[in-house]
Design a protein. Structure first.
Length: 127
């Protein structure tokens, strides 16, 4: 059950953030075995004063087109799966939406399965 947060600077195309989310969901399905219908996303657009980043941290030249993606998910994916996810997201955002590879920032937050409640006040994944 991933929960995806996408943060971008306000874009002229009102569908842009949603299209980013669609690419991320497809990448998660193909690389880390996310099941169909397991799609929960929070898409945020910010003005420039509320979207702060270092344009050259670690020698990566970022632009105003930066996309910050945070994915909270169950722990247990392999390093190879995570690397495949990063690459698939970055390359699909580049090829499908023209987002520069340098502008794709991804952070995974891994949690134990009992840390989710999908509704009804029940921890559906707790054993």
């Amino acid at each position: 059950m991933p929960l995806v947060r996408v943060e971008i600077k306000k874009h002229s195309d009102p569908t842009f953030a949603k299209r980013i989310g669609e690419q991320i969901y497809a990448a998660m399905r193909s690389t880390i075995n996310v099941p169909e219908h397991d799609n929960f996303q929070i898409l945020n657009e910010h003005d420039g004063e509320h979207f702060i980043f270092d344009p050259q941290y670690l020698g990566i030249q970022r632009s105003e087109g930066l996309v910050i993606i945070q994915i909270t998910l169950n722990e247990g994916r392999t390093l190879e799966q995570k690397k495949a996810l990063y690459q698939t997201i970055a390359h699909s955002l580049n090829s499908q939406l023209g987002i520069r590879l340098e502008d794709v920032f991804i952070n995974l937050v891994e949690v134990k399965k009992e840390n989710w409640s999908f509704g009804n006040g029940i921890a559906q994944y707790a054993s």
